[in-house]
Write a protein that binds this ligand. Structure first.
Ligand code: FAD
Length: 291
């Protein structure tokens, strides 16, 4: 299909983009990589009156370390995140997750921040942002606003962004070097969106798991952080009995939908199986990194 007519602005500053968004009165759309937006425009699922391109704004294409956090600019491509040395060294779970995102051609254009703004419940970057206690920086003509990742994802393809706001960067935690991680996802073909995914990190402190983080996607309307599982695992050594307990607890916590890709029951089964694998991997890596 062909898109409905729209205007196009290649903004050269963040202020210009913010002004154009405000002037569009809710009918403007930011375009970053265009990998999700253009198909939606071509199918006329969205009909913006103006596309505001942020790719020419200087300084948004960087990954920088600020203290114990990494700042990912709004035009940082998936390919850059996948190959960045800071990401590899300080957040190896994110490095691993990137290999599951789409295909090379999509990764060459698609952006970390665009994926978070698109908020597909089966996408990897939203769950990583939640797992790593992300802070989203949004800009509008009213000024800058920081939004915690835990408040950002409000539904499938829905975020806490106001229509006149756009994201300039996202800050995420780096992980202490002794952290172990597990990233497990299942999709029918490599590069497809996941049917279910588990991302978890932990450290071994005095022989038991500490600083446990546990996130999931593909099993709800938004990416999920599951504090009940984090509490269950915290202070325990990973054992078959604990993994069984995690699997059973997930059945009560998750309410996945049945859709054309998989039934709710199948997604629940996957959740338990992936959780076991991811926690085992995290424990093994934490053991190796401790020595
Ligand atoms: P765009 O398409 O430019 O924008 C997407 C939406 O976000 C639009 O509504 C846009 O207005 C908004 N937006 C973008 N940037 C900003 C900003 N800075 N501030 C405010 N709003 C903004 N993704 C995965 O995670 N996993 C996959 O396995 C996967 N498989 C894919 C397979 C195919 C064939 C394709 C085409 C895409 C796939 N994707 C997958 C999606 C891909 O990762 C997209 O690049 C990503 O979801 C959106 O990033 P983008 O930069 O292209 O955003």
């Amino acid at each position: 299909m062909k898109p409905a007519p729209f205007e196009y602005l290649a903004a050269t500053s963040a202020a210009e983009a913010a002004e154009a968004l405000a002037a569009a009165n809710g009918d403007g759309k930011i375009i970053a990589g265009g990998q999700s937006l253009m198909p939606m425009i071509n199918f006329r699922l969205v009909k913006p009156t103006i596309l505001i391109d942020i790719n020419r704004i200087a300084g948004l294409d960087r990954i920088e370390k600020h203290g114990e956090r990494l700042r990912i600019g709004a035009t940082v491509r998936h390919r850059m995140t996948a190959t960045d040395a800071l990401v590899h060294r300080h957040i190896p779970i994110l490095h691993d997750a990137m290999h599951h995102v789409a295909h090379l051609t999509v990764r060459n254009r698609g952006t970390f921040c665009g994926s978070v703004c698109h908020a597909d419940p089966a996408a990897e970057m939203p769950v990583m942002t939640l797992l790593l206690d992300g802070t989203i920086t949004a800009l509008s003509i009213r000024g800058e606003r920081q939004i915690a990742a835990s408040d950002f994802f409000v539904g499938s393809l829905m975020t806490a962004l106001e229509p006149d706001e756009f994201v300039t960067s996202i800050d995420i935690d780096t992980l202490p070097p002794e952290t172990g991680w597990g990233f497990e996802e299942f999709s029918r073909r490599h590069g497809d969106f996941a049917l279910a995914c588990v991302a978890t990190t932990l450290r071994i402190v005095d022989g038991v798991a500490g600083d446990v983080r546990f996130g999931m996607m593909g099993v709800g309307e938004t990416p999920l952080r599951l504090p009940d599982i984090e509490t269950l695992v915290e202070g325990q050594a990973i054992s078959e009995m604990l993994l069984q307990d995690v699997s059973e607890t997930l059945k009560g916590l998750l309410h996945p939908n049945t859709d054309i890709h998989a039934s709710a029951d199948y997604r629940l089964h996957l959740a338990g199986a992936l959780a076991r694998r991811a926690l085992r991997d995290a424990w093994t890596r934490a053991t190796l990194r401790k020595d």
